[in-house]
Design a protein around this ligand. Structure first.
Ligand code: ADE
Ligand code: ZN
Length: 340
């Protein structure tokens, strides 16, 4: 077989996505369509105008626009369409498995019932399995700018849907909202059988990563960039084989890094960290999973061996059972052997 370019190699390699906010995959075209269908006026006149508005200086700038966009989602069908559109996108990119976040409080706070949100997302994920062959898991995120009581109420609403939700996470405005704020909620979630993850070290300090590890007992750290500020923390993450779900285009758009050439991914890999690549909010940050791989491959001069390592990591770090993980990793390895 002719050796392919790194770009073609990236496009074809089987991969998993582990850090994707379904509300962050809401493309302007679909937003307009659903807004019209629901008789909701949005403040932008055109798709171009929306895209121009997507210029952010930090996480909060982005979140303000992201929560506003999600405001047109009303019916179960809207959540189904949102999820289905994402699945069709990743199907074209050889993503075989995805673990997606949803933010129920963004919707329940507008009076949308929890079950409307989860039914729409879950049914699309089921169709993703039967029609596209994509396996998936769903992770409920608590909005950390809201209080503990609201998180407990959200967890309670989720209990009847336990079989559809693999874990709970923590997202939204990081600074000033440390993981410790939700320690008791996460204790209950763990007791109820959920796995835990948390956004930490995106804008917040390494201390928040320590808290996520030691107080929330997370199985993965979402982002984790700032871990590199603390050598002891890096050693601990390596020792625990703790996955980091890294999101390069998000980091660039939210100015977590100035330039992708400064992105810490290479340092993470060299330090022996289990880094994975992810798209976070692709409709807002200019690229789905493959584009994230392509962007860092270019800026950090990654080899096919590096890409192979990242794709293997994506399955290792997933919440699939061991047998499925091994099957998926075997597929990645066969692809690597045939295309290097
Ligand atoms: N919600 C959606 N995207 C997020 C991000 N990158 N950080 C925190 N919360 C989020
Ligand atoms: Zn995120």
């Amino acid at each position: 077989m002719t050796p392919s370019s790194v770009q073609d190699f990236i496009k074809g390699i089987p991969k998993a996505e582990l850090h994707l906010h379904i509300e962050g995959s809401f493309e302007p075209e679909l937003m307009f369509k659903i807004a019209k269908r629901n008789g909701i006026r949005i403040k932008y006149q055109s798709i171009e105008e929306i895209k121009t508005a997507y210029q952010f200086d930090n996480l909060q700038d982005f979140l303000d626009i992201y929560y506003e966009g999600a405001g047109v989602l009303i019916h179960e069908q809207d959540f189904y369409d949102l999820t289905w559109a994402y699945l069709e996108k990743i199907h074209a990119e050889n993503v075989l498995h995805t673990e997606i976040f949803f933010d129920p409080q963004t919707h329940t706070d507008r009076g949308i019932p929890f079950e409307t949100v989860i039914n729409g997302i879950h049914h699309a994920l089921e169709d993703g399995k039967t029609k596209l062959g994509i396996t998936s898991k769903l992770i409920l995120c608590f909005l950390r700018h809201l209080n503990e009581e609201a998180a407990f109420a959200t967890l309670k609403s989720a209990l009847p849907f336990k079989d559809w939700i693999v874990g709970v996470g923590l997202d939204s405005s990081e600074l000033g909202h440390p993981p410790s704020k939700f320690q008791r909620v996460f204790e209950l979630a763990l007791k109820e059988g959920f796995l835990t993850v948390a956004h930490a070290g995106e804008e917040g300090p390494a201390a928040y990563v320590w808290e996520a590890l030691n107080l929330l007992l997370v199985s993965r750290i979402d982002h984790g960039n700032r871990s590199l500020d603390d050598d002891k923390l890096v050693a601990e993450l390596v020792h625990r084989n703790m996955p980091l779900t890294v999101c390069p285009l998000s980091n660039l758009k939210l100015k977590v890094v100035k330039d992708l050439k400064d992105h810490p991914l290479r340092k993470m890999m060299d330090a022996g960290l289990l880094a994975t690549l992810n798209s976070d909010d692709p409709a807002y940050f200019g690229g789905y999973l493959t584009e994230n791989y392509l962007a860092v491959a270019e800026s950090l001069n990654l080899s096919k061996a590096d890409i192979y390592e990242l794709a293997v990591n994506s399955f290792k770090a997933s919440f699939l059972d061991e047998e499925s993980k091994n099957m998926m990793i075997h597929k990645v390895t066969v692809y690597y052997q045939q295309n290097s």
